[in-house]
Write a protein that binds this ligand. Structure first.
Ligand code: ASP
Ligand code: MG
Length: 412
């Protein structure tokens, strides 16, 4: 069981979490509970490290920002004990959750689960501080923001259990319910689809946790911590439970062609006007960007009419726009172009579904829907199970709503 920051935001909510744990214990399960820091705590800790010094030592950053989870794990253990349930807290280094030494974004290398597993089989609930690990040097590491999802999936894999993620939403939706009121909760979604949704801005699960679940075939149930702990739970999926099950595609019986529509506002567009159209020019543009560690997502290059000059557009994350522009300006002499433009008024809208692999016409339909609404497409990328387009940010809601109904996802 994993509980996010809003689910452990104060003592009252921690007591609510303890009742969810109690239910599972009484049902005869061996339980490990992973907790996040109280909502807002990690942001505050990050802010303090920056205020102390912008150029801080990453090992000390981890020492500070991992602290929120130490508090909630101890508090939950105390609360469970108060209810007569045997429990103890486990910090990352105590398990130990072994990671590499990339402080701030460490990767899990292994979990020595034996002692924890043994105590769990004796009936003790393991309350684990999420987000934390220990480096080969014995220093505290953290797994990147949102990393307690990954702690939970990694533990579930090591314990060969299932992973229930309790959060402030009651599942994964076909799109963002805040902009499409007809969005529907999915009872199941395939790992690969969830991976696309997560990396495209549906912030229910940390992307890396989904990757890890997929590789280890851990079933992940996303559900609400605000459901009454004693149930009964409303469920669309009688073979499983409330919320949304993230699972292998073979476990999805009624496969839709399109499962969801995601959008991401965290995009910026860079256009180079009148670039010399000659061999090697793309390498001279994208080489320096890659050296500067800037990820490029979509790329559009026109064919020049005269064979001499062409326009080229690409997208980067919002945060990288200024740096990307600077890199391209610096390489101007080498690349050869006339003008450079940057804009953040763009949004990426994506249609996702594993059914696309075996269905033709999904892209054509998408383009038609947008054309009918008079929305201009500025860039396109596709993968086997996803089509993404870049449009003017002003049309986000219109586009998402129109696509959601066109693919038959609207609730009745
Ligand atoms: N507390 C950490 C964060 O806010 C980890 C997590 O909540 O998953 O990023
Ligand atoms: Mg989270």
């Amino acid at each position: 069981m994993k509980f996010g920051g809003t689910s452990v935001a104060d003592l009252e909510r921690i007591r609510n979490v303890a009742r969810h744990v109690e239910r599972e214990v009484k049902a005869g399960n061996e339980v490990a509970v992973v907790v996040s820091a109280m909502a807002g705590t990690t942001d505050q800790l990050v802010a303090w490290t920056r205020e102390a010094s912008m150029m801080h030592d990453a090992r000390e950053y981890d020492c500070v920002v991992s602290a929120g989870e130490q508090i909630t794990s101890g508090l939950l253990a105390i609360t469970l004990q108060g209810m007569g349930i045997s429990a103890r807290s486990w910090l990352g280094w105590q398990i130990p959750m072994r990671t590499n030494d990339v402080h701030g974004a460490a990767r899990i290398e292994g979990i020595d689960i034996e002692e924890m597993d043994r105590r769990m089989s004796e009936g003790q609930v393991a309350v684990v501080a999420g987000f934390q690990g220990v480096s080969p040097d014995g220093r505290v590491t953290t797994l990147g923001r949102g990393g307690s999802d990954t702690s939970a999936v990694a533990l579930a894999a090591a314990l060969r259990g299932r992973c229930d993620i309790y959060t402030d939403v009651d599942g994964v939706y076909t799109t963002d319910p805040r902009i499409v009121t007809k969005a529907q909760k999915l009872s199941r979604i395939a790992y690969e689809e969830m991976l696309e949704m997560a990396s495209l801005g549906a912030k229910v699960l940390q992307t890396r946790s989904v990757e890890m679940a997929m590789v280890n075939q851990v079933p992940v149930q996303v559900r609400s911590s605000f459901d009454p702990p004693e149930g009964p739970f409303e469920t669309q999926d009688h073979n499983y439970g409330p919320g949304t099950l993230v699972c292998g595609e073979e476990d999805i019986v009624e496969q839709q062609v399109v499962s969801g529509i995601a959008y991401s506002k965290d995009e910026a567009k860079v256009t180079l006007l009148k670039v010399d159209d000659k061999p090697g020019v793309a390498a001279r543009i994208f080489g320096p960007l890659s050296s500067a560690n800037i990820n490029v997502d979509m790329i559009v290059q026109n064919v020049s009419e005269d064979g001499q000059r062409t326009d080229l557009t690409f997208t980067v994350a919002d945060d990288d726009l200024q740096r990307a522009m600077a890199v391209i300006e610096e390489a101007k002499g080498d690349i050869g172009y006339q003008d450079l433009m940057g804009s953040t008024d763009v949004v990426k809208v994506s249609v996702i579904g594993i059914g696309m692999r075996s269905h033709a016409g999904v892209a054509a339909q998408m383009f038609q829907v947008l054309a009918d609404k008079g929305i201009n497409i500025q860039a396109i990328t596709t993968s086997e199970i996803k089509i993404s387009i870049l449009i003017d940010a002003a049309y986000t809601e219109l586009a998402v709503r129109a696509l959601h109904s066109a693919y038959g996802l609207d609730a009745e």
